[in-house]
Ligand binder design. Structure first.
Ligand code: ADP
Ligand code: MG
Length: 672
């Protein structure tokens, strides 16, 4: 293997620095510390056998294979290199031994092994005195090569402990060098189960160190951010006061608290990085509007970025309705602008005439220059990658903009303690008054006609409804067809009802038109895909039908359901399901049927699916955990959090050294 190819393979595994190799820990072990006689090998359990090579030959029946006859043992290889044949022939001539590891079966010639891992050895070659580690590897990188590099790094590295003695004592941690050596080279007879489930104290030490490195690096990033400058924004400026005097509704206690937290941050000369979290419909938008007013009052600009055109339009409408009357100038950058309109909008943004700018990720594209961006609001932040959020931040020249991120997807506690530890969080844990819980019904697709009757009833009472189709990928023709077919069919079935269609591939201008008609009640039933999943707010819609609900994820179902129950009427969400439900789908439907609390649903989602879904949100923004498990290692997470605080306080040099050891070569991935 060429050294550049080798380096690429190592890089793929994240192995760059020497310590990366030291911390590349085995998946499992093989016991090659003792030999077994061929006729004494138990079945179904791999053993190490050593036997003298007698001859090696290629046979062609029943298929081409290399057969090696050794004393009391036959080895068979169906894939082999010519060089192997040569090597084994030479071994036979020289009277050498083959040492093979694998399962023994009774074959035609007696004891047989198929495709064992083997080595040619001299009779007196000593056996290893520790178990053989098997490492996670990647295609094209052999175990032997990887192992020799890892073990060499282990032998060459200085394994001094980065944790001071008192801290190790408090947290009852085993010494680092001993732990890492034991994991790479465990002695025979060790409790393998404790290594396999990572409950062994050596594993506990590694997981603790990993979690501590993550906690420390998040804290460092947080401190670093606080050394940056941001505009101080007046918490109660003239516009702000005028708006507060005639708010469209009375803020809930939770909204007021969240707004106060945000405004307090905005008044500081360092950039805010706050997550505003509140279940669907809890009223995050108005808090964002108040924050934007602080920016405008300060003589600067605010940008509001939403993940979809529909949502950005809705924000534009809301902001115009609320703030337009105060004379605040709002620009909406959207896909349906023609060239002239777009140029004009960009000019107004660059000149500072547009005080609040609303749009999709189009906001972060080249050509959008702000005169003075002081606040960046990112709605439904989990829909954006870290990269896009960073780009928005870079739109401010000298200073950093304050950032307000909003999400209805609650972050489970384990994640907020780890991957989100560098964010300040405000929670809106109260819904506006008068909301009625949405009743959820599980209905078999066979009872579709009853569902149609419900839609007729609702529309007869001037209510509106959504019919959501399971379009997984809007870019796929076949997938989209479901929505088109359903639309067609429902139009036939519900002749008296005005049915509209909305999906991701409709041109922006038309999309906006459809949405407006629905908003105004001209469309009574909106057949749609998950384009309406986030943020859409039409209070008069009180019925939602989700077709093939079993195909949706939990957080998606929760978001979709949140589109109804926004008005004063009782709302219903009907989950239509097919008849062949997988156990996982059954479980999901059960959770969504039984729970309405977003936090609980997110917790179940994390259990059912693991953290991948949430981590997509952060992408490369934070060091990923390789060893610790968010569910199982909650006690270690708590301990590492506490230790991080102590270590930065008592011994910052040790804290730096610890982060360097664990994340040194990954620095560029963390907190760009
Ligand atoms: P989300 O948190 O899901 O983004 P929105 O900000 O879209 O929620 O608010 C949902 C709906 O509730 C909107 O129609 C909004 O105008 C309304 N609303 C927000 N806060 C209040 C309140 N305190 N009292 C009454 N209605 C409110
Ligand atoms: Mg919203």
């Amino acid at each position: 293997m060429k050294s550049s190819a080798l380096a690429r393979s190592f890089a793929k595994l994240g192995l760059l620095s020497r310590f990366d190799f030291v911390l590349h820990l085995p998946l499992r072990y093989e016991d090659e510390t003792a030999l077994t006689a061929p006729d004494a090998a138990p079945s179904g359990k791999p053993v190490l056998i050593q036997a003298r090579v007698e001859r090696a030959e290629v046979a062609y029946r029943p298929r081409r294979q290399l057969i090696v006859h050794a004393e009391g043992l036959v080895l068979r290889f169906f894939n082999f290199y010519a060089s192997q044949l040569k090597q084994l022939k030479r071994a036979a001539e020289d009277g050498m031994m083959v040492r093979a590891y694998g399962e023994v079966r009774a074959g035609f010639f007696g004891a047989e092994m198929a495709h064992p891992r083997y080595r040619i050895v001299r009779e007196d070659e000593p056996l290893p005195d520790t178990l053989t580690p098997i490492y996670p590897t990647t295609a094209g990188l052999g175990q032997a090569k990887l192992r020799s590099r890892v073990l060499r790094a282990l032998d060459e590295a200085a394994l001094e402990d980065t944790l001071p003695e008192p801290l190790r004592k408090t947290h009852r941690l085993k010494n680092f060098a001993e732990s890492v050596r034991l994991l790479h080279r465990p002695p025979p007879g060790i409790a393998l189960a404790a290594l396999a489930d990572r409950s062994h104290e050596a594993w506990q030490r590694m997981k603790f160190d990993e979690l501590l490195a993550q906690q420390l690096s998040m804290r460092f990033a947080y401190q670093k951010r606080h050394t940056r400058r941001a505009h101080r924004l007046p918490p109660r400026g003239a516009l702000f006061k005028r708006f507060v005097e005639k708010l469209p509704f009375k803020l809930t206690g939770a909204q007021r608290r969240a707004a106060q937290e945000v405004l307090r941050d905005l008044a500081e000369p360092k950039p805010m990085q706050r997550l505003l979290q509140g279940d669907v419909g809890s009223g995050k938008t108005i808090v964002a509007a108040l924050a934007c007013l602080a920016a405008v009052d300060g003589g600067h600009q605010a940008a509001v970025m939403a993940p979809t055109e529909i949502l950005s339009e809705q924000h534009w409408r809301k902001f115009s309705e609320w703030l337009g009357a105060l004379g605040v100038r709002i620009a909406w950058l959207h896909g349906a602008l023609n060239k002239k309109q777009k140029t004009l909008a960009l000019e107004q943004i660059a000149a500072g005439q547009a005080q609040i700018v609303i749009g999709t990720h189009a906001l972060v594209q080249a050509g959008v220059e702000f005169a003075s961006l002081a606040l960046a609001v990112v709605d439904e932040q989990h829909r954006f990658g870290v990269g896009q959020r960073l780009q928005l931040r870079r739109k401010a020249e000298q200073t950093w903009p304050h950032q307000l991120m909003m999400s209805a997807t609650p972050i489970p506690r384990t994640l907020s303690m780890t991957y989100y530890a560098d964010l300040d969080v405000s929670v809106i844990d109260e819904l506006p008054p008068g909301r009625r819980p949405v009743a959820t019904r599980l209905v078999s697709a066979a009872r579709r006609s009853e569902v149609l009757a419900r839609i007729r009833d609702a529309c007869a009472e001037d209510q509106q409804a959504y019919w959501v189709c399971p379009v997984i990928e809007e870019s796929k023709e076949g997938d989209l067809q479901t929505a088109l077919d359903t639309h067609h069919k429902l139009k036939q079935e519900l002749k008296a009802i005005r049915v509209g269609l909305l999906h991701g591939r409709i041109a922006p201008a038309e999309k906006a038109a459809v949405m407006e008609e629905f908003q105004k009640g001209k469309i009574q039933l909106l057949v749609c895909t998950t384009v309406i999943e986030v943020g859409v707010d039409v209070p008069n819609a009180s019925l939602m039908v989700i077709e093939s609900a079993e195909r949706f994820g939990l957080s998606q179902l929760h978001q979709l359901r949140g589109r109804v129950g926004r008005g004063s009427r009782d709302s219903v969400c009907i989950l239509l399901y097919g008849n062949a439900l997988s156990p996982a789908a059954r479980e999901r439907l059960k959770v969504i049927f039984e729970h309405t609390d977003g936090f609980e649903i997110a917790r179940r989602d994390l259990q059912l699916r693991g953290p991948g879904e949430y981590l997509g949100e952060r992408q490369s923004g934070v060091p990923l955990l390789r060893f610790a498990d968010l569910e199982k290692d909650i006690a270690l997470i708590e301990a590492a959090r506490q230790a991080a605080v102590e270590l930065i306080e008592d011994n910052p040099a040790a804290a730096r050294a610890h982060v360097e050891r664990w994340l040194g070569s990954r620095e560029e991935l963390t907190h760009a």
